[in-house]
Design a protein around this ligand. Structure first.
Ligand SMILES: [Zn+2]
Length: 265
């Protein structure tokens, strides 16, 4: 019926099965079935984006800008200074709207908020020096940095408030962190720290979507990275006793405070 001399036959294995093997196989099966049934479908980077239509408030150009589909990206975590990390792409990389005709660039929430004197400043100081570029569908960190720097130069030219410039600088610092470039990261953190401090005393909240407690926390977190540990601890001590803090911010405050206290001791 079959060749008894073949020592590698499947039939040789039949008598070797033990109860332990069977138990183990059931467990393995259970695990693999579970992981199949609960695993979410992988979302591609392209699926997280769509083209949003914009009309440039300066030159009237109609153009499309890559925009995040909020429900598609998966939140991973917030770092100590609230830098959010997502999969499979970083929403922050796509938050600059850039007119490909006149070179006007801004964070998306501020794109339409421009005065006529700011329009003139852009026309005089940005447009003559601008030429459009073709960007791929998926932005890497270098493209994100280029677009944010365009927005930063625009905001300097149009004399934006400190908060807006600081917000762009904070994002640039985070992108340089993604690139493992601490020199540029620290430079932009220092700029963001200065700008947010100015904004804190002179601007109305929310500042670029940041409420007072969140901004104060970010100032402390950035400060701790640029050698202002005493200042940061003072801010955190003031913050921790405030009422109405959300749980996530409260736990970040405690976490950072503990780390800084250890450094000091
Ligand atoms: Zn334009």
């Amino acid at each position: 019926m079959y060749n008894n001399d073949n020592k590698n036959s499947i039939y040789d294995e039949l008598d070797k099965l033990t109860l332990e093997d069977l138990y183990a196989s059931f467990e393995k099966n259970t695990v693999s079935t579970k992981s199949v049934s609960t695993k979410k479908k992988e979302v591609s980077a392209e699926e997280c984006l769509y083209d949003k239509l914009y009309i440039c408030p300066i030159c009237g150009n109609n153009f499309k800008s890559k925009t995040i589909r909020k429900g598609k990206v998966r939140f991973i975590n917030n770092e100590l200074d609230l830098k959010p990390n997502y999969e499979p792409i970083q929403p922050d990389y796509y938050d600059i709207v850039l007119c490909d005709k006149c070179g006007y660039a801004s964070i998306s929430s501020k794109f339409d908020k421009i005065t006529s004197s700011q329009e003139d400043l852009i026309k005089e100081n940005i447009t003559p020096k601008f030429f459009p570029k073709q960007y791929p569908v998926i932005y890497d960190v270098n493209i994100a940095i280029e677009r944010y720097k365009l927005a930063l130069i625009n905001s300097i030219v149009k004399k934006s408030r400190s908060g807006e410039k600081a917000y762009i600088c904070l994002k640039l610092a985070w992108f340089y962190r993604d690139k493992s470039d601490p020199e540029n990261e620290i430079m932009y953190l220092k700029a963001a720290h200065k700008g947010f401090n100015d904004a804190f005393v002179s601007e109305r909240f929310p500042i670029c979507g940041l409420e007072e407690n969140t901004l104060l926390y970010i100032i402390a977190a950035i400060g701790s990275r640029i050698g202002k540990i005493d200042d940061s601890l003072r801010i955190l001590s003031r913050l921790i006793v405030k009422r109405g803090l959300n749980t996530r911010l409260k736990s970040k405050i405690s976490e950072l405070r503990e780390i800084l206290k250890k450094i000091k001791s």
